[in-house]
Design a protein around this ligand. Structure first.
Ligand code: ADP
Length: 462
């Protein structure tokens, strides 16, 4: 056997042929023994291999089973989570649908769903009421075009809407079942449902609103007409009062002149009563002249073309002080001007009149035996300048602070404090014409602080 393995079959045969018979039997036995040993070895190897194979298979089966179990557990978890999620979405959808339904059914606005061809798919109770129909079914049996006063209106409205778009607050005319025409504010949106374009519309009856706004328009037009008429009448009245005032001055001057002449030339021939009467005529005609002059000043203020330029407040105040300075000094008083006063946008003559009137009042309404002390100052804030004229006079009670700015409103008799009652009306009207305001702060017995507020003036002064 060994020879056959090492040297090949021919050598082994040769050896067999060449060997003796005992040697041959012996070598056959040895060979057989060798064969058996080899066979046992092979069997042992094969048994070990198949054992290893069996153990591998066992592991594979085990791991495979574990993997299957894991996959099953994970996927069943995922599936149950998905089912739960879908249930949740379903519940949400149902709740949302229920909310929509409540909104749809109970809405005070009329709501309807229609197809493009006019078929009414759904409508709420308010829609039934809007059309004056008996039931929802009655509306569902109509074509949407029948809602309109002019059925062509729906076609035009729908034709102008691109897919997915709509209209908001479009005013259209509807015809109710009774034939009555109403105005409706229409808001609708077009959307797709099962491949069909659907229109969902919300409608409000605005007939009353339309009627009210038409009424308001009419009233506004009437008001505008009245304002125009009033302005024209005012203008006429201004012109009239101006010419009357103007014309009154001539006979008044004659009265004044002749009564003065009467006193001068015939004074000796008059007794005391005659003197008194003539004196009263002179005083009354002077008072009337002052009144007419003030009225003319007021109406000039209304009529004058007011052009605003930067004006130096100091120049205006100095000029106004010039007219009363002597009198103030004679009475032992003073006018203190806290400079600089700044500049304002104004019409010089109108501002001059305002300041003159305020200063004249400040030195007029003084306490008995108290010399007038007047302080003029200004303050500027965010483009506005406020000019103050403060006095140490009798002051004004709170309830009179507004009314004294009206024409002919006087708090005292002409004997005590002479005047016409037009000075502050000129102040207020003048300030308004300059785009400003006027007012007063005061307490009885504690002096008054009159103010005029105007826009700050920039650039060269007038
Ligand atoms: P007039 O000075 O001619 O009386 P005004 O229109 O200028 O008319 O003023 C109206 C009234 O306001 C005055 O009669 C007076 O009672 C009150 N008044 C005006 N200025 C002052 C002041 N500085 N102090 C107190 N009272 C005043």
């Amino acid at each position: 056997m060994a020879i056959r393995r090492e040297q090949g079959a021919a050598a082994a045969a040769e050896r067999v042929r060449a060997g003796s018979s005992t040697g041959l039997a012996e070598s056959i036995l040895v060979g057989m023994e060798e064969l058996r040993a080899t066979e046992r070895g092979l069997l042992a190897v094969r048994a070990a291999a198949s054992e290893a194979q069996a153990s591998r298979t066992k592991w594979i089966v085990l791991l495979g089973s574990l993997a299957v179990i894991a996959v099953t557990v994970v996927s069943s978890r995922l599936i149950s989570r998905e089912i739960e999620r879908r249930r949740h979405v379903d519940r949400g959808l149902r709740a949302s649908e229920a909310r929509y339904r409540v909104l749809f059914d109970r809405n005070l606005a009329a709501i309807a769903r229609t197809r493009r061809d006019g078929l009414v798919l759904d409508c709420n109770a308010a829609m039934v009421r809007l059309l004056g129909c008996a039931s929802r079914e009655e509306v569902l049996g109509m074509s949407a075009s029948q809602f309109y006063a002019d059925p062509g209106d729906r076609e035009r409205l729908v034709a102008g809407v691109a897919p997915g778009e709509g209209v908001v607050d479009r005013e259209v005319r509807f015809r109710r079942k009774s034939g009555e025409l109403i105005w409706v504010s229409m808001t609708f949106i077009e959307y797709e449902e099962a491949g069909q374009p659907i229109f969902e519309a919300v409608m409000l009856d605005i007939t009353d609103r339309k009627a009210t706004s038409a009424q308001i328009e009419e009233l506004n037009a009437a008001l505008a007409r009245q304002i125009r008429d009033l302005a024209a009448a005012n203008q006429e009245l201004d012109a009239f009062s101006y010419s009357i005032s103007h014309d009154l001055r001539a006979p008044l001057r004659a009265m004044q002149g002749f009564s003065e002449a009467l006193l001068e030339d015939y004074g000796e021939r008059l007794d005391a009563t005659g003197h008194d009467y003539a004196g009263r005529i002179v005083a009354a005609s002077r008072q009337m002249d002052a009144l007419i002059q003030d009225l003319l000043a007021y109406s000039r203020l209304v009529r004058v073309e007011v052009k605003l330029d930067p004006v130096s407040l100091e120049a205006v105040v100095d000029e106004a002080c010039g007219t009363i300075e002597m009198e103030v000094k004679e009475r032992g008083g003073e006018i203190i001007v806290e400079r600089p006063l700044g500049r304002v946008l104004a019409h010089r003559a109108v501002l001059g009149q305002i300041v003159t009137n305020l200063l004249a009042n400040a030195v007029k309404f003084t306490k008995a035996d108290t010399p007038p002390v007047v302080r003029v100052r200004s303050e500027s804030d965010r483009g506005r300048v406020r000019l103050w004229v403060e006095d140490n006079g009798i002051g004004i009670a709170p309830q009179h602070r507004e009314r004294i700015f009206r024409a002919f409103e006087r708090l005292h008799g002409a004997q005590q404090y002479p005047g016409t009652g037009i000075g502050l009306a000129i102040v207020q009207k003048g300030a308004a014409r300059l785009g400003g305001q006027a007012g007063v702060e005061s307490e009885p017995g504690a002096g008054s602080r009159f103010w005029v507020e105007l826009a700050e003036g920039e650039g060269a002064t007038a």
